[in-house]
Design a protein around this ligand. Structure first.
Ligand code: AMP
Ligand code: MG
Length: 418
């Protein structure tokens, strides 16, 4: 396992911007180098460890894109219809069982190989088969129409997929189309997760006075799993500095990443930051983000550590902003920035400058067909329903202070955050 030096993140900055934190992570966190081979059925979401080159041309031979008739462009009348005898028939998976005749058309079907010299294919809907067995071809087709030339998509040897790509279903389809049976991918990351807090109780237990059920561990588990991480649930730690220090130190020795929630504020019962400082080193603590500040990021025995805030919405937002890029870095994957789309504000809002803020919004379509974001009424960082009852986040940049109805806003759809 790659071990990071304690001062790999050292910045000295007070409250770090989200951008600076992500840059720091992408620049300083090396990928876990180990790789393994996985078959096509097991490759979804895995990170490609080497460039995949096309071992064959794609498509592998000139073939027809339609059901119809193939002809030589040089046989076609330039100013009207063309009548040609139909001299053969080629179905997909078969070749012409004779030499391609001169001055003739061929009946051909989608995916069937196009014989040398035939370069233009007419859709059957546009042709008429005459009683004498000839076919009437309409004018106006360009040379090469409806023909998929060999190697048109990828020539043999060309790059099909770049190293670092998180394999999507369509990538797997492309690789299979090239005859690939397995990929060299990064081994799965192993992350340990903890919740912290004397008040936190696991679902399934009785709920004592002053306690709340643990939401974060389960949400974090699911979010990490979606990113292809192997997650180990290490339970709930009480607000006890000694216990937290020991538990985090131990976990850091066996995992690629340790993630906690809670216990990173300035309260006397917030021990995670102190534990990190005792066992490892703190990279940054104050992140200029709402909801979310503070987040304790650092190195524990050479392993990256992120102490997320306790409030569940802050966990969700900081995961998207920080944990996603951290996992990309550890995976040697190309960073996938959150995809933002422009929407129209349906609300007014005043914001403090100097920090990035994420509002939970629903979307509606106005009379002009434009997407309008409406701010959810409850924006508390503890309110999980502000995530379950909305469509996504509006991202307000550091310099923004005022939002008026009609302003253009950056919207991040929950469906595109995974
Ligand atoms: P803390 O950051 O530890 O001060 O926690 C901030 C708030 O988040 C408190 O109201 C906690 O009770 C709550 N909280 C902390 N951890 C969790 C958790 N795992 N699940 C649900 N709420 C939590
Ligand atoms: Mg706490």
């Amino acid at each position: 396992m790659t071990k990071l030096s304690k001062d790999v993140f050292a910045t000295g900055a007070a409250a770090l911007s989200v951008e600076a934190a992500v840059d720091l992570i992408m620049a300083r966190v090396p990928a876990i180098e180990a790789t393994e081979m996985v078959g096509l059925f097991a490759a979804e979401g895995r990170v490609l460890a080497q460039t995949l080159a096309a071992a064959v041309d794609l498509p592998p031979f000139d073939n027809s894109a339609v059901d119809g008739y193939a002809a030589r462009w040089s046989d076609l009348a330039k100013d009207g219809e063309t009548k040609l005898p139909v001299a053969g028939r080629i179905a997909a998976g078969h070749t012409l069982d004779q030499a391609a005749p001169e001055h003739a058309a061929l009946r051909i079907f989608t995916g069937a190989p196009v014989p040398e010299g035939f370069d233009t294919i007419f859709m059957q809907e546009d042709c008429s088969l005459l009683d004498d067995g000839q076919v009437l071809l309409p004018p106006g087709l360009a040379k090469g129409a409806n023909l998929r030339p060999r190697g048109e998509e990828l020539a043999k040897g060309a790059q099909a997929l770049p190293a670092g790509r998180r394999l999507m279903p369509e990538d797997i389809g492309l690789a299979a189309a090239l005859g690939v049976t397995e990929f060299k991918v990064r081994r799965r990351l192993k992350a340990a997760i903890f919740s912290t807090g004397d008040e936190i109780v696991s679902p399934g237990m009785a709920l004592p006075v002053a306690a709340v059920y643990d939401a974060n561990r389960f949400m974090l588990h699911a979010m990490l799993q979606r990113l292809g991480v192997e997650v180990e649930d290490l339970g709930i730690l009480p607000d006890d500095r000694g216990l937290i220090t020991t538990a985090l130190g131990e976990a850091a020795k066996s995992y690629d990443l340790v993630v906690t929630s809670g216990g990173v504020s300035m309260g006397e019962e917030d021990h995670v930051k102190a534990a990190l400082e005792a066992e490892g080193s703190l990279a940054f603590w104050k992140l200029a983000i709402k909801p979310g500040r503070p987040v304790a990021m650092g190195i524990l025995h050479g392993t990256p550590f992120i102490g997320l805030p306790g409030n569940p919405v802050a966990v969700f937002v900081c995961f998207a902003a920080l944990v996603r890029p951290l996992i990309a870095a550890l995976n040697g994957a190309t960073a996938e920035p959150l995809r933002r789309q422009k929407v129209v504000s349906g609300f007014a809002f005043t914001k403090k400058p100097g920090r990035r803020e994420y509002l939970r919004v629903s979307l509606r379509t106005d009379a002009k067909g434009e997407a309008v974001a409406e701010k959810y009424a409850v924006q508390g960082s503890g309110a999980l329903t502000s995530l379950t009852r909305t469509r996504g986040l509006v991202e307000l940049r550091e310099e923004t202070t005022e939002i008026a109805p009609g302003d253009r806003l950056d919207f991040i759809d929950f469906a595109l955050m995974r």
